[in-house]
Design a protein around this ligand. Structure first.
Ligand SMILES: Cc1ncc(COP(=O)(O)O)c(C=O)c1O
Length: 410
């Protein structure tokens, strides 16, 4: 536990992946998303090692996605989980084999289902019985491999806004609804598995095991309904990461071992996991420039980005660390209220300890921002979305180009 757990693996004295952050700011401007490519590759390999080759590892594209990320997944031999036509198109454009794509979502339009069926995705996760009926009708005899998303009440120890099971969550089916969906399987639409995603940023492996046991019981009782009596059991993502220096770090093996153990003695069942945040969150930093400073007591420090490049503090009260790049060697001992540039009082990046003489023009980094920041970016106040730069071995490249005012105007 410490700041090094929050920072990218290949961070060293104001460089990431061997690239000086001040040079990146000069070359691309700020705010800037910087991702440590080797960190991402390491997390993909760690998951594969921990869960073993018998487990399907699928990256949840919603955490951060682009063609460069799809390419990394290909190199690491991963599947991907997508929830929209746009994520599906990106996965395909990035060269991911359709049979390694899992299509999720509580809302899939007819057009999205048609595309998924026609390209031959690996799995479509059905969210309710009516969707199963629509799918069978759209498939019109073409083969489709489906899974069922179950909603089992499991007490996920996370923020209520990122908890995705129980009666307050709109995702998945009760056992009775899942049975109604099974009753509608027809033609070449075949059942291959069950899925659950209990929530995000979970740090207690027991919760994943409880969820797995619940869906395992459901599936075992209906084994005859599954194609070839083989069941894919997908326990979703949600593996927690450290955002603050004193956050606990739960090694992925602590999740993998009890999950694999819970499946021993159940032949014909294959485990699937779908991490997003755990792969990319700590690989990324956002680089900001301070623009103004106001007030004496807990001064406001305003930076050139905010809710548009990372809405998580406003959405979930998410907390982050911040470090000064410009005054890195000075003690970070003065509390600042770091705010963004948007017309919302809630546009606050957080209360951050920074060097007392932090001033306009200084460069700052917010680590732990590789997941659900760029992915959730908006153009609020007509700010163009900012680029994502991948860094590795002293080289940098644009993974996602930034937008321009001309594009916004158009
Ligand atoms: C179905 C599903 N799978 C996987 C994930 C990934 O979660 P995380 O990024 O916390 O690992 C999510 C996140 O919302 C999800 O909804």
């Amino acid at each position: 536990m410490g700041l090094s757990d929050v920072l990218p693996d290949n961070w060293e004295a104001n460089t990431v992946g061997g690239c000086a952050l001040s040079d990146l700011a000069d070359a691309y401007g700020t705010p800037l998303y910087v991702m440590d490519e080797r960190h991402v590759l390491d997390r993909l390999a760690t998951f594969r090692r921990a869960f073993g080759a018998q487990t399907v590892t699928a990256y949840a594209a919603k955490a951060f996605f682009c063609i460069a990320m799809a390419d990394i997944l290909n190199r690491a031999d991963w599947w991907v989980d997508v929830v929209s036509g746009g994520e599906l198109a990106t996965a395909l454009a990035g060269g991911l084999a359709p049979e390694r794509i899992i299509v999720h979502g509580n809302v899939k339009t007819d057009e999205e289902l048609e595309t998924a069926i026609s390209v031959g995705v690996g799995r479509i996760v059905v969210d309710d019985p009516a969707e199963m009926a629509r799918l069978v009708s759209i498939a019109a005899g073409r083969p489709v491999r489906v899974m069922l998303r179950l909603n089992v009440e499991v007490g996920a120890d996370t923020h209520q806004k990122i908890r995705t099971t129980g009666s307050e969550a709109q995702f998945g089916m009760t056992d009775a609804e899942a049975d109604a969906a099974i009753a509608q399987l027809a033609d070449a639409v075949s059942l291959h598995g069950v899925h659950i995603h209990i929530g995000s940023q979970l740090r207690n492996p027991d919760v994943h095991v409880m969820a797995l046991k619940a869906v395992l019981t459901f599936a075992e009782r209906r084994r005859d309904s599954f194609a070839g009596n083989q069941i894919d059991l997908d326990v979703g993502g949600g593996f927690g990461v450290p955002y603050l220096a004193d956050d606990p770090v739960v090694p992925i093996e602590r999740f993998a071992e009890p999950l694999l153990e819970a499946l021993s003695g159940h032949p014909g069942i294959r485990l699937m996991v779908e991490p997003g945040r755990a792969i990319v969150a700590n690989a990324g930093v956002i680089l900001y420039r301070a623009v103004s400073r106001k007030g004496a007591d807990r001064p406001f420090l305003a930076v050139d980005g905010g809710i548009s490049d990372n809405p998580r503090p406003a959405l979930y009260d998410a907390r982050y660390e911040m470090r000064s790049v410009s005054r890195f060697d000075q003690p970070h001992d003065t509390m600042f209220r770091v705010v963004g540039r948007h017309c919302e009082t809630s546009d606050r990046l957080g209360e951050m300890l920074l060097p007392g003489d932090t001033a306009p023009g200084d460069l700052l980094i917010m680590p732990g921002t590789g997941a659900y920041a760029h992915a959730m970016a908006s153009r609020y106040n007509m700010l163009p979305r900012r680029p994502v730069i991948f860094v590795a071995d002293g080289q940098h490249r644009i993974a996602v180009p930034g937008e321009t005012n001309d594009e916004l105007v158009r």
